[in-house]
Design a protein. Structure first.
Length: 293
């Protein structure tokens, strides 16, 4: 049986185009400004590397470690990498896109293949791969940013106050640096509407019936939960010396999947507005609390 003919120029062209678009998609998802000339050089070297696979005497350069090293060098050459963290993210995305494109390309080629239709499989693979990589580059960042990452950073949080429990979704907030001034422990920020059912009536009245912060604080100091009360200093745009009302919870449990860290006497900062318009989460959880689990 005759072996199928493989042309070096077609192999070079297909791999050059695919490598270039995959590198472009990697740059988009990694939020790196692409430099066309660098990506073209790296993609061309990737095409040359693919052509070398056609020569049996060069098989040593196509072992698994060799492929990883060459891919690593391609990413470094193609993209302006600022630091190690950016490089790791770009390298992982590069391989994730490669695997996604490969799977989609195989599915695409089988989907359109028919015994009665003559077609050049090389160009089918190329077309399927190009379309898939372009879609990932154009829409992948938005999908990851809007769907994947938020889901990874959301988790269930339970708070106990006396005999009442409030449970909802917390969102990992690496920018939350609020701390309890008495204990120096990190502070969780939660929506008032979420906490309301766990608060006693006099605290609810103080929070709802006073627009003036001073009067609200006076009533809270006289409330049944005065011993739980905290004033948490914060700084934000337009407010350099703000004060956030906090309430001490008896317990806070964070559901991290396999781990369920439990914290005693954690202070909860009360935010009277909405943290998200779509109510996807009700709390902002400092990274220190999550890392502690």
């Amino acid at each position: 049986m005759d072996r199928p003919e493989v042309y070096a120029d077609i192999t070079l062209l297909i791999n050059f185009v695919m490598d270039f678009i995959i590198l472009w998609a990697t740059a988009r998802l990694a939020r790196i400004t692409p430099i066309i000339s660098r990506m073209a050089i790296a993609a061309f070297l990737g095409g040359i590397y693919a052509v070398g696979y056609l020569f049996p005497q060069l098989q040593f350069f196509y072992s698994f470690p060799a492929k990883i090293i060459f891919s690593f060098l391609m990413v470094i050459l193609a993209l302006p990498i600022e630091n190690w963290e950016v490089l790791k993210r770009a390298f992982v995305l590069f391989y994730a896109i490669n695997f996604t494109v490969a799977g989609a390309t195989i599915a695409f080629s089988y989907m359109i293949k028919a015994d009665t239709i003559a077609f050049n499989s090389n160009y089918v693979w190329l077309a399927g791969g190009v379309v898939c990589a372009l879609l990932i580059g154009i829409y992948g960042g938005k999908f990851i940013g809007n769907r994947v990452i938020p889901n990874l950073l959301r988790f269930r949080v339970e708070m106990k106050f006396d005999q009442k429990t409030c449970a909802g979704k917390g969102f990992l907030d690496t920018g939350n640096s609020l701390r309890d001034p008495l204990t120096n422990k990190p502070v969780i920020v939660a929506e008032y509407d979420f906490l309301k059912e766990c608060l006693p009536g006099d605290v609810q009245e103080a929070m709802e019936n006073n627009q003036d912060e001073g009067m609200m604080l006076d009533e809270l100091i006289l409330s049944s939960w005065s011993r739980r009360l905290r004033l948490i200093p914060f700084t934000s745009i337009g407010k350099s010396n703000g004060m956030l009302v906090g309430i001490r919870a008896d317990e806070v449990k964070v559901d991290l999947g396999k781990n369920h860290p439990l914290y005693k006497n954690m202070v909860i900062g009360i935010y009277k507005g909405k943290l998200t318009s779509q109510n996807k989460y009700q709390m902002l959880v400092p990274a220190e609390i999550v890392e502690g689990g």
